[in-house]
Ligand binder design. Structure first.
Ligand code: SF4
Length: 64
């Protein structure tokens, strides 16, 4: 399972990297960068789904 971010949709609101620092970091321009790929830990998979639900512009996708 993987989490991806569509940077064309991302508005740099920061919910993903502030709430899920184990999964995302922020780059110098304020965009999120996925830290873990693939998601080999169930806790991180749960976090990824939560991040996808909370992202205000639905830029985060969790899939195979
Ligand atoms: S929560 Fe969504 S819009 Fe906000 S920084 Fe993360 S990917 Fe971008």
């Amino acid at each position: 399972m993987r989490v991806t971010v569509d940077l064309k949709k991302c508005t740099k609101s920061g919910e993903c990297y502030y709430n899920h620092p184990a999964l995302f970091r922020v780059d110098a321009e304020g965009f999120p960068v996925v830290r873990v790929d693939p998601l080999d830990d169930e806790d991180l998979r749960v976090e990824a789904r939560q991040a996808a639900e909370v992202c205000p512009v639905e830029a985060i996708t969790v899939g195979e």
